[in-house]
Each structure stands twice: as structure tokens, then as C-alpha cells.
Design a protein around this ligand. Structure first.
Ligand SMILES: C[S@@+](CC[C@H](N)C(=O)[O-])C[C@H]1O[C@@H](n2cnc3c(N)ncnc32)[C@H](O)[C@@H]1O
Length: 201
């Protein structure tokens, strides 16, 4: 049996178990292989999905390093540069220690990542800057590189509560609401917005 990688310490900024179970279900059912995640944080969701989805061949996760913060984010994430750097270093150590070849850690903001990216993906998880402006930009960029059968998953799509201290009309809830593509809202504790951009039915 393959060894499970130890999960980073969980805190309130990580996805909840119900969110991650739904995402793993989608990946496993569709035998998805190539995943992109915007918003690594401490790597909890990335490691959980790698542990629970054997079909994953490549998992790219993107979060900025301190020097990139100024030019990449609009409203910021609320985490200090030191915290982000600490998470990034710890995840890199884990990758090295457990030889996680399928994990690619990109230390840059999503705008920079999409500027140079030439890859396409089966699943794109948007869990970075939750402002309306940046989540809309992430969704637009994701739509350019999602594969035909692929799915885009937006985290923290809650109707009435505040996300990242922003009211619903200024956060990613609005981005999801405005999206005209085939979509469904999973009412998990934090809310998952599932978008099937190229689906015919
Ligand atoms: C809610 S946390 C992600 C949690 C993680 N997905 C998990 O469940 O373990 C959001 C992360 O997005 C990052 N972030 C914010 N804006 C970003 C951007 N424009 N590009 C990449 N990452 C961004 C923040 O630095 C923060 O680490």
C-alpha cells in the first residue's frame, strides 16, 4: 500500500473535510489527472487531495512569495509575508522528504502564473484572493486553460456571509453568481461553486 503523506497542521484557513471529500469524489469519479490549485497556503488541501486521489499525475499549486505580493494581489490575503514564506518552506521540505514528484509548488501570484502558463488542466481550484475582482480574473484565466471535460471549483461561495472581510457583492460569491456557465453550488460548510465550462448537458 502506498504511504500517506502526513497532512500539514490544519487551521481555520484550510478547506473543510466536507469540501475536500466532494473535490476528491469529483477527481476520482472522472479519473482526473492534472490539477491546478490557486492558493496553496500551508499545503493542506494539496496533500489531502494527493493522498486521496490516486489518478492525480500532476498537482500544481500556486501561492505568492513575499517579494511578489505587491505586484500580484489586489486586496491581499491577510497573511503576513513571514507566514506565507514559512508555509512555502515547510511544504517544500515535505515534498523533498516524501519525494512527492507529482507536486509542483509555484511561488508566484496567480496573475503571473497564468501569464506564462502553457499547460491545460482537468481541475482548477480557485482558493486564492477571494475578492470579486481577483476571483473574476482567476476564473477568466482558468477558462482559457481548462480541458474539454474539465471542472473549475471555487471555494468559499457562501451567499450571505462575509468572505475575507468582504461583503458578498465584493467577494467571490458575486463572481460565481455572475457566471453563466453550467454550474452548481454545493452547500458545504464553506460553500463550493462547481463549474463545468464546456459541458454539453
Ligand atoms: C484560504 S487560503 C488557501 C487554503 C488552501 N487551499 C487549503 O485549503 O489548504 C488562501 C491562500 O491564497 C493565497 N493567495 C491570495 N491571493 C493569491 C493570488 N493572487 N495568487 C496566488 N495565491 C494567492 C494566500 O496567500 C493564501 O495562502
Amino acid at each position: 500500500m502506498e504511504e500517506k503523506i502526513p497532512l500539514p497542521k490544519r487551521d481555520g484557513n484550510n478547506m473543510q473535510k466536507d469540501d475536500l471529500e466532494i473535490i476528491s469524489g469529483i477527481i476520482n469519479e472522472n479519473k482526473f489527472e492534472d490539477i491546478l490549485e490557486i492558493g496553496t497556503y500551508n499545503g493542506y488541501s494539496a496533500i489531502f487531495l494527493i493522498n486521496n486521489c490516486k489518478t492525480i499525475k500532476n498537482f500544481v499549486t500556486v501561492d505568492y512569495i513575499p517579494k511578489d505580493r505587491k505586484r500580484t494581489t489586489l486586496k491581499g490575503s491577510g497573511f503576513s509575508p513571514e507566514e506565507i514564506e514559512n508555509f512555502s518552506n515547510k511544504l517544500s521540505e515535505l515534498k523533498k522528504k516524501y519525494n512527492i514528484k507529482k507536486l509542483e509548488i509555484r511561488t508566484e501570484g496567480s496573475n503571473n502564473f497564468f501569464k506564462d502558463n502553457k499547460k491545460t488542466f482537468d481541475v482548477i481550484i480557485i482558493d486564492g484572493d477571494h475578492s470579486y475582482e481577483q476571483s473574476k480574473r482567476d476564473l477568466e484565466n482558468a477558462l482559457k486553460v481548462i480541458r474539454k471535460r474539465g471542472v473549475i471549483i471555487m471555494h468559499d461561495i457562501r451567499d450571505s456571509s462575509y468572505v475575507q472581510n468582504l461583503p458578498p457583492e465584493e467577494n467571490c460569491t458575486r463572481t460565481f453568481k455572475e457566471c453563466k456557465l453550467k454550474k452548481e453550488l454545493k452547500k458545504t460548510s464553506l460553500g463550493l461553486g462547481i463549474i463545468w465550462p464546456k459541458s454539453q448537458n
